[in-house]
Structure formats: structure tokens, C-alpha cells
Design a protein around this ligand. Structure first.
Ligand code: SF4
Length: 387
């Protein structure tokens, strides 16, 4: 829920459920909750649903949510949400969190929707189709519907079922592959193997749906870096997904995987930013024969500008990694701090004198607080603010 709304109590029939997360690319989408939590909930790098019990929702509950959203859309659309939901709150058009969420989607065009939570396709295929059909009936203007799904769940579905979801409006599936390196998949308790990822990914493609696969740079530490980079590329080469999205590892003491890197049970050594950038370079270099778009759309990624389409953009993607790796030591530190402070997207941004001056001020403050030898640690602390 947003804290932007005025906090007025909505009518009971206006209420609908939403889950805690969606991909950054769905920031302006209608959020429709099919299930609560994650049916697996064991991945060691993930805390999103750790304290929540997984549950299915009934089709009737979900349809009631769709109807509530449609009613709010019908009420808000004529009043207009120009300027976004904050402006609509100021004008008194939006008065509660439910209206805020619908206004947010409308302000982004009202053409996209995202199904929550972690593994929506774990619902029975008939039920998924009924939900999609009802959504399309009430929201015929929506052009893109996407969802998260686990490889294990997708691998169990038939291509015909997946194709039928496409016919009912589902366009894209986001799968957290994380890595294609089997020893690392086992260590992080992903509940999937490289083979299973390939099977699931190929099914999605065969069904004619778009596929987004997520990779976590830094996940295997120094010890598994090479296997992680090369096997992840090998698996993706076998799938040819539409999107390959980078999500750099973010570790805090409350994340179960922390123990694999720290303390008496540690088996992995954390990489610094330069090592992770080199790992990404190695990974991209090994991507061959595919037509995916590499996307770096998360604030946790050091290099936000490593984006482009394969195969033609490969040289450019590698050059963007090199732009950081080739920086002199002082500029590298400056860039790291500037990125973690949200001032830059890629090393080229440091050539702007204003940006550079602000970055230097942040670096000076970091050095005052942490000392000159602890920039890496400072950057990790800065990253944790976003967790
Ligand atoms: S499958 Fe996804 S949501 Fe579930 S525990 Fe793993 S990373 Fe978290």
C-alpha cells in the first residue's frame, strides 16, 4: 500500500488484495493477486515471503478484486489522473490506498497488469484461465499481462496450457533462474536444476509467450564465479529468452545465504564490485546464438547501463563493462559511491561536471565516516538501504 493516499476508509466493495513485490518493469501495472506468498519459500537468498504462509485464493475472491479495481477505474478515469496519483490525491480525486493503486496504473496508461505473488501459475490451469478471462472482460484495454513463475511449476505445465494462457491474455512470464550452475543452485536451495530451467524456459518459448529470466551476479562468490557465469550463459543459450535481467546479489545478516559467506560455516568469499563486473563481462561474453535483450533495471546493479540486444549489441555490452573495469582506481571508487548514492547510471555519467562534483562530495563524506580503506564496505551498507 502507498503512504501517499489520504488514509480515508474505502467502501468495503472497493477493497482488493495486493502482494508485496513486482518487477521494476511493472511499476505502473495493475496488480492482481492470484496467490499469497511463495509455495517453495526456501531459496536462501530471498526473505520476501519468509514469514508468510503460502495460500491459494479462490477464483471468486480474485474476481471480486478485479471487479473492485474496475469500479475504481470507472470512477477515476473521467476525473483524470493527470500528473500521477500524488497530484490526484492533492486534487481530492484519490482518497485511499486502493484508489491510489488504480490511479498509479491509469497514470501509466492503464495498459499493463501483473499477477502476484511469487508463483501464480501454481493455480490449477482452469482457474488461471477463468481469472484471465474475467480480467480481460473487465479490462479489455489492457494489452500486457505478466507474472512470476517458478521453473518447477512451469515445467509441470503442458505447452497447450501455457499457450491457452497466452490466448487468454498472458503475455510474459518472469522466471528467477538465478544461476545455471548446478552446485550453486543446490547451495542456494533453488529447488531447480539447470536442466529443469532449460525445460521450463523452452516450454514458455514454444507456447509463444515472452520469457524474462533473472540472473544474480555475485551469487557464487569467488569460488563459483566462473561456473556461475559460464553455466548461466550455457543455460540461457539453450533457452533464448526474450529478456535476461541482472539482479546483483544483496546480502544482509538476516538473509539465510549470509551464513554461506560469513561466520564458521562460510564456504564462499564475497566478491567486490570489480570482481562482479568482471563476472558479468565473462557471462555476457559466453552468451552465443541468442536474441535476448540484456536488462540491468535494478538499483542494486553497479552498472545500470549494461543494456542492449544480442547478438548485435554484444560488443557494446562488453564495452560498458570495460568502461568501469578500465577506470583508474580513484575514478572507480568515485563511481561506486556515486552509483550507490543514486547519482549515476553508468561510468559515462561521471563526465558531467555537476554530477562529478556531487559524487566527490559523497565520496568525501564516505571517507570521513568509514576511512579511505573501507569504500567497499560503505557501498555494501548503502546497498542495504534499498533492501
Ligand atoms: S521461489 Fe522466488 S519468492 Fe520463492 S523463495 Fe525462491 S526467490 Fe523467493
Amino acid at each position: 500500500m502507498s503512504d501517499e493516499a489520504t488514509g480515508q476508509d474505502p467502501a468495503v466493495e472497493d477493497r482488493f488484495e495486493t502482494g508485496p513485490i513486482r518487477p521494476p518493469s511493472e511499476a505502473g501495472s495493475y496488480l492482481l493477486r492470484l496467490t499469497r506468498g511463495c509455495p517453495w519459500n526456501r531459496c536462501r537468498f530471498c526473505r520476501t515471503y519468509k514469514r508468510r504462509k503460502f495460500s491459494l485464493r479462490t477464483v471468486e475472491e480474485i474476481e471480486a478484486d478485479i471487479d473492485a479495481m474496475a469500479r475504481i477505474r470507472d470512477r477515476l478515469a473521467p476525473a483524470g489522473v493527470a500528473g500521477g496519483p500524488r497530484a490526484a490525491v492533492r486534487r481530492g480525486v484519490v482518497t485511499n490506498d486502493y484508489e491510489w493503486m488504480v490511479a498509479n496504473a491509469l497514470a501509466s496508461g492503464g495498459r499493463t497488469a501483473f499477477l502476484q505473488d511469487a508463483d501464480s501459475l501454481v493455480m490449477k490451469p482452469d482457474q488461471v484461465r477463468r481469472v484471465l478471462a474475467h480480467f480481460r472482460e473487465r479490462f479489455p484495454e489492457v494489452e500486457r499481462i505478466t507474472t512470476y513463475a517458478r521453473s518447477r511449476t512451469v515445467a509441470r505445465l503442458s505447452v497447450d496450457d501455457l499457450r491457452s494462457y497466452g490466448e487468454h491474455g498472458l503475455n510474459r512470464i518472469h522466471i528467477g533462474m538465478e544461476t545455471g550452475h548446478d552446485p550453486l543452485l543446490e547451495l542456494i536451495k533453488k529447488g531447480a536444476t539447470a536442466e529443469l530451467h532449460v525445460k521450463a524456459g523452452r516450454k514458455v518459448k514454444e507456447a509463444g509467450l515472452e520469457l524474462s529470466e533473472y540472473v544474480i551476479p555475485g551469487l557464487g562468490g569467488r569460488e563459483m564465479s566462473e561456473g556461475h557465469a559460464l553455466d548461466s550463459a550455457r543455460v540461457l543459450n539453450a533457452i533464448d529468452p526474450d529478456f535476461i535481467r541482472l539482479r546483483t546479489l544483496t546480502l544482509g545478516p538476516k538473509i539465510p545465504l549470509w551464513e554461506a559467506f560469513h561466520g564458521p560455516e562460510a564456504v564462499l568469499t564475497r566478491q567486490d564490485d570489480a570482481e562482479i563486473a568482471a563476472e558479468i563481462r565473462r557471462f555476457i561474453e559466453a552468451l552465443e546464438g541468442i536474441h535476448s535483450r540484456v536488462v540491468s533495471d535494478h538499483i542494486m546493479n553497479l552498472l545500470g547501463d549494461v543494456e542492449g540486444c544480442l547478438p548485435d549489441g554484444k560488443a557494446d555490452l562488453l564495452a560498458r563493462c570495460d568502461a568501469f573495469l578500465d577506470l583508474p582506481e580513484g575514478d572507480r571508487r568515485l563511481y561506486q559511491v556515486a552509483r550507490r548514492a543514486g547519482l549515476v547510471n553508468g561510468p559515462a555519467d561521471l563526465s558531467d561536471p555537476g554530477v562529478r562534483a556531487r559524487a566527490e562530495a559523497v565520496l568525501a563524506e564516505v571517507v570521513r565516516t568509514y576511512g579511505p580503506g573501507r569504500i567497499e564496505e560503505a557501498c555494501r551498507d548503502m546497498m542495504l538501504r534499498f533492501v
